[in-house]
Design a binder for this molecule. Sequence first.
Ligand code: ZN
Length: 400
Amino acid sequence: MKKILPLFVFVDACGWEIIRHDRFGADFAPARRRLRSVFGYSSACIPSILSGRWPAEHRNWCYFVYDPARSPFRLLRPFRWLPRAVTGRRIFRRWLSKFLRGPLKFRGYFDLYNLAFRHISLFDFTEKKNPLQPGGLNRGPNIFDFLAARRIPYHVSRPARTEEENLAALRADIAAESIDFAFLYWPDLDGLLHRVGNLSPEVPAKLRQYERRLRALLDHAAQHYDEVRLYVFSDHGMANCDRYLDLRARLAALPVRMPEDYAAVFDSTMARFWFFNTRARTEVTACLEQVGLGRILPDAELEELGAFFPDGYFGELIYLVPEGVLIVPSDMGERPIRAMHGYHPDDPHSYAALLTNVADTPACITAIPHLHTLMVRDAELAHAANATEAEVPDIAPAIR
Ligand SMILES: [Zn+2]
């Protein structure tokens, strides 16, 4: 029997609006609060949670950037001759993404999404490492670097495994009483929400499944640890998309062209531009201002959001649409999806959530990067408590 297990359960896209009117976890994690998310997608949010820093500091923000000199995708150039009917298929791209991870030495999640093969050798992929490992961020340490440096034994999910497999692996480490810290990652709610939207009855059904699993996990952990400090949290929420914006078609009407005059990556909720002449900047800016749906984010606002990059690495101009609008087709998808995230953190459905059985969670924990503070605090607390127990010489077990 050990003393303390900090149990951090990351439920992707389990936003504040998703659980606000639902009693999710009320019996085993009664203290709940809203957390401000980080501007960007999970590619930005997860590294922020793991490091306690914002994208401008850890430099994990959006997946694709204009960087022809460092593009690993030159080997895909021959595919530009294949018909779009083949290369545009999700199944073809999934297969190719999986096949490429090895030769490209990508260790994290990798997907080609909908990036056009015609332009693919202009772009680099920015998440080559697995953020859920020591050394996994583009800049600076994450929680796993901290745990490794302090020699605190921990468990962390592997993204390649299913939710059930990761849960089974965690249960085994708990049974062995070999860990002082656990980080469990459940991504499936995110996929479900993208598909069915945030009002589908499938969403509360999924929450009930998570509750059953968590109750069983807590019962199991209670047999091996005196105190289980549970934190269930998310990275962002999910907004239904009811309006579509074909930004590529708007820009195609301009006298300036990609890749001669500018480069652009169309994410689902933002478009990022790099300009090669003044005319391109003027024309694209005027076009975006005429669209009337989104807006160009000023540098000062990006700075406030922790997502301003003075070197323009992720784009010299960032265009963002409001909640409920989907840029489609985009480099993320050819066809509309029901719901999306990656809007402004102050849009209602962007907010994340924290649910816990720990009463003394400080009031200053208000944004998702602050979860790192809780992880460090609890890992040190558990490691100290568990070590004291282990170091007591086992001379008189009968009287202990
Ligand atoms: Zn998502």
